[in-house]
Write a protein of this length. Structure first.
Length: 200
């Protein structure tokens, strides 16, 4: 299992090295992603509202998972407003070579009860996923795991430090899940999807 990987700066996102890494690995990680002002605003939002429990269990599709998320209008709108900016839409289109039109995401919290199963997110035009560690709490576990149905590539294990983000490809052959968070710790992050037109 591959647990080491480079971390790029956002300023170098269009570099040949960054693009080749994404093409070869189906993901790319950026460090120190948000400016301090943006990160602090999202943290304040994440701490200021009650959470609801979201159960992803689908027995017919053999998918399970429980997490907590903000379900207020601001909790829903903020991630989509941030990542719906042209800068991020254009970059998602550049990585995927698809006609990306929008972003949808939420602020999520994982704890030891979350227990997600392997899944693809491959629906509704989802093309590229992101997860960014807001750093509200320190936690153990909670790594993102990526594997391939056809075993064509090695399984990957990615741990994001505070204010680090991963962009990873959505495909029917690519499965992912969040590793179990250990003990009483909580993983706080934004997760979401860049969406393409279904006719692509």
């Amino acid at each position: 299992m591959n647990i080491t990987h480079p971390k790029f700066s956002w300023e170098n996102r269009y570099s040949e090295e960054a693009l080749e890494h994404f093409k070869s690995n189906d993901f790319i990680v950026f460090k120190n992603f948000f400016p301090a002002k943006v990160l602090n605003s999202l943290r304040i939002l994440a701490k200021s509202h009650e959470l609801i429990e979201l159960d992803h269990t689908d027995i017919e599709k053999n998918v399970s998972g429980i997490d907590l998320r903000l379900d207020t209008p601001k909790g829903v709108a903020a991630p989509s407003l941030v990542f719906g900016k042209k800068e991020y839409i254009d970059y998602a289109a550049y990585l995927t070579q698809k006609n990306i039109t929008m972003f949808i995401g939420r602020i999520y919290f994982f704890n030891s009860s979350s227990n997600h199963s392997w899944h693809t997110d491959n629906a509704l035009g989802r093309t590229l996923a992101i997860s960014i560690n807001l750093g509200l709490h320190s936690y153990e576990g909670g790594e993102l795991l990526i594997k391939y149905r056809d075993n064509s590539k090695e399984m990957k294990k990615i741990k994001l430090d505070e204010n680090e983000i991963i962009f990873f490809r959505i495909d029917e052959n690519i499965l992912h899940k969040s590793n179990e968070v250990q003990g009483n710790s909580i993983k706080s992050h934004i997760a979401g999807w860049f969406m393409r037109k279904e006719c692509d």
